[in-house]
Design a protein around this ligand. Structure first.
Ligand code: CMC
Length: 432
């Protein structure tokens, strides 16, 4: 299935480059939300020049019809639907279907997708033995990336991006198994027996069962808590060309399979500037609480840029006003803590840090606001999820986005391999 190109060439604007007296007209590409880009795809062929954009802050790497973000206005939409509406009314599985297949599922489609997820939830018994090879304190993100790659060895017949039925199976297989693998990696890390998934439970509840049930006692989680975790997964489900998603697309562009492309995305997500930030926020809040330092003293250290200290969970490459996901999570945070009757000093500290930072010139000037990671860890902690698993939860949530981008790239009209260039700054010719 080829994706229809949603963008168009805009003929109203004229842009040209003037190089040594020669004029090179450049096309303008306008997206459906009127975002405008200069098309430089012929630049090197015509002028022998390339562009240089460290960190890709000004580079559009692709056209995509999956997620729209307006960082100035704090807008996030999946396939056109505002994140606020999806977080309130949809389930994670409906959202995943929307991202992967482009439309919200009709009842019959949803039932069918749920069935696929159920059918695919077990991992091969031989794969379970792999867990025995990891040391007890192995980081769950390392286990997750390795085990998702290991799926390639157990599922050799997967490459079917063009075929809708088989692709739906592949997508369901990955979404369902990652949850089983994630829970198993936690059980392994605490020395508990690995729980089998249960077909009578919905996606998120099933994950909580695999995480927390004991052989003799089913962990029956309050529906409001299940809903809060489901909402966290929805909020993480996609975020256009972030570091891990770009990695998935990069790997996919070499025609690598879905599993191995996603395994690379998991590794990219692990970093503290990306998905690892939710773990770092809790570490930062705990250290601050234990140090007895005031919030202002801590912020002053950050502002002096002391030994690379940053306010974790703050700032975003795209959002320069507010992160809509952070607002939803902050609200959910109070609901969950109230429901569980938990007084968490870290929440009070987080609120004080946020309020103080938002009135501080350093943060105002740089347009630094709380991002999705600032409050998510406090909810996860309250639910009983250990800190090392926070980024794993992010990965489970981001799975539909990675799958959708992998498919979009593989079914695009001109799927070229991603291959940026560079400006060489090393030694010039020398001899041995
Ligand atoms: N604390 C203190 N200063 C900051 C922060 C922060 N969290 N973020 C940016 N700055 C400063 C930075 O020092 C720089 O100052 P100056 O202009 O004086 O050199 C300025 O703001 C611009 O920063 P940048 O590093 O050029 O911004 P970026 O767009 O490259 O980085 C970011 C974006 C998210 C990596 C960064 O804001 C950051 O490190 N935040 C903390 C980590 C974090 O919370 N990451 C999660 C991101 S959201 C979820 C996800 O995508 O995974």
């Amino acid at each position: 299935m080829k994706q229809a190109s949603q963008s168009k060439k805009n003929t109203n604007k004229n842009i040209s480059l003037l190089i040594d007296g020669a004029v090179y007209p450049l096309d303008i590409v306008t997206g459906t939300e009127q975002e405008v880009a200069i098309d430089i795809s012929r630049l090197r062929a015509d002028t022998n020049l390339i562009t240089l954009d460290d960190g890709y802050g000004n580079t559009g790497s692709c056209k995509s019809a999956i997620t729209f973000i307006d960082g100035e206005k704090g807008i996030l939409r999946y396939r056109g639907y505002p994140i606020e509406e999806l977080a309130k009314h949809a389930t994670f599985i409906e959202t995943a279907y929307l991202l992967i297949f482009g439309e919200l599922p009709k009842e019959e489609q949803l039932l069918q997708f749920r069935k696929l997820l159920n059918d695919q939830q077990f991992i091969h018994e031989d794969m379970r033995h792999h867990f025995e090879g990891f040391p007890a304190n192995a980081p769950p993100m390392a286990i997750l990336a390795s085990m998702v790659n290991t799926l390639c060895c157990f599922q050799p017949d997967f490459l079917s991006a063009d075929e809708d039925t088989l692709f739906a199976e592949d997508a369901a297989r990955l979404m369902s198994k990652i949850r089983t693998i994630a829970a198993a990696s936690y059980r392994k890390s605490v020395g508990s027996p690995i729980n089998y998934p249960r077909s009578d439970l919905r996606y998120t509840e099933n994950f909580l069962h695999m995480m927390f049930s004991l052989p003799h006692q089913f962990s029956d989680t309050d529906p409001e808590i299940v809903k809060a975790l489901d909402q966290i997964l929805i909020l993480h489900a996609d975020h256009e060309q972030n570091c891990s998603t770009s990695t998935v697309r990069m790997v996919a562009s070499s025609q690598a399979n879905l599993y191995t492309s996603v395994a690379a995305g998991i590794s990219a997500l692990w970093g503290p500037l990306h998905g690892g930030a939710n773990t770092e926020v809790i570490k930062m809040l705990t250290a601050l609480l234990e140090s007895g330092d005031s919030v202002q003293t801590f912020l002053d250290k950050i502002k002096r840029k002391e030994s690379g200290v940053r306010l974790m969970g703050f700032g975003h490459r795209v959002y320069k006003n507010f992160d809509p996901r952070a607002q939803i999570i902050k609200e959910a945070c109070s609901t969950v803590l109230q429901k569980l009757n938990i007084q968490d000093p870290l929440l009070e500290l987080a609120i004080e840090l946020e309020e103080t930072a938002l009135t501080d010139e350093y943060f105002i000037e740089r347009k630094l606001y709380p991002n999705v990671d600032f409050y998510s860890g406090i909810i996860l902690r309250a639910i009983g999820i250990p800190t090392e698993m926070f980024t794993v939860i992010f990965a489970i949530g981001r799975m539909p986005g990675w799958i959708a981008h992998w498919r979009e790239l593989r079914t695009s009209e001109n799927p070229r391999i991603y291959r940026p260039r560079q400006i060489y700054t090393g030694e010039t010719l020398r001899h041995y």
